[in-house]
Design a protein around this ligand. Structure first.
Ligand code: HEM
Length: 128
């Protein structure tokens, strides 16, 4: 770590449950474990928009959906990011139908450091 001042680290020896965390330890939340929690999600390891719909197809808020983290270090750009994602995706989906090219499978995720991303993939966008 080169820029320690901007990292979230313990400023005192800390005991948390059965763990002793020494002063100066960098703490990063692993949201992966929350977003794939088998006790919270019906299909924790698959992309499943149904997770967010109730039986009548209406939006359902989920307590375990924490892509922007929580608490003191919650993402400060969450509202901007949500607004941008809404505007980009609604504009795109109003204008195009998206599908995988014939015979090609959608991409699988891969992990890059702390990030999970899709592998590069091809997509057909057909004007509506
Ligand atoms: C989909 C988009 C985004 C996601 C998923 C995301 C996710 C996150 C997460 C998980 C953290 C907490 C990291 C930690 O554990 O310390 C974080 C922090 C932060 N994010 Fe975002 N972010 C997004 C977009 C943005 C945007 C658009 C901005 C600014 C324009 C932004 C600015 C920040 C800043 C400044 C922090 C540090 C907050 C602090 O430690 O006080 N993020 N983000």
């Amino acid at each position: 770590v080169t820029d320690r001042e901007n990292m979230p680290y313990t400023d005192a020896d800390t005991i948390l449950d059965k763990y002793t965390i020494p002063k100066g330890t960098i703490i990063l939340a692993t949201l992966n474990s929350v977003l794939h929690d088998e006790s919270m999600w019906e299909t924790p390891h698959s992309f499943n928009p149904q997770h967010f719909l109730d039986q009548e197809g209406k939006f359902r808020k989920r307590e375990a959906f924490l892509p922007f983290s929580a608490g003191k270090r919650v993402c400060i750009g969450e509202q901007l990011a949500r607004m941008e994602l809404f505007l980009f995706f609604t504009s795109l989906l109003q204008r195009f139908s998206f599908s995988a090219p014939p015979g090609e499978q959608p991409t699988l995720e891969f992990t890059l450091g702390a990030m999970r991303s899709p592998k590069p993939y091809r997509l057909c966008a057909v004007a509506r």
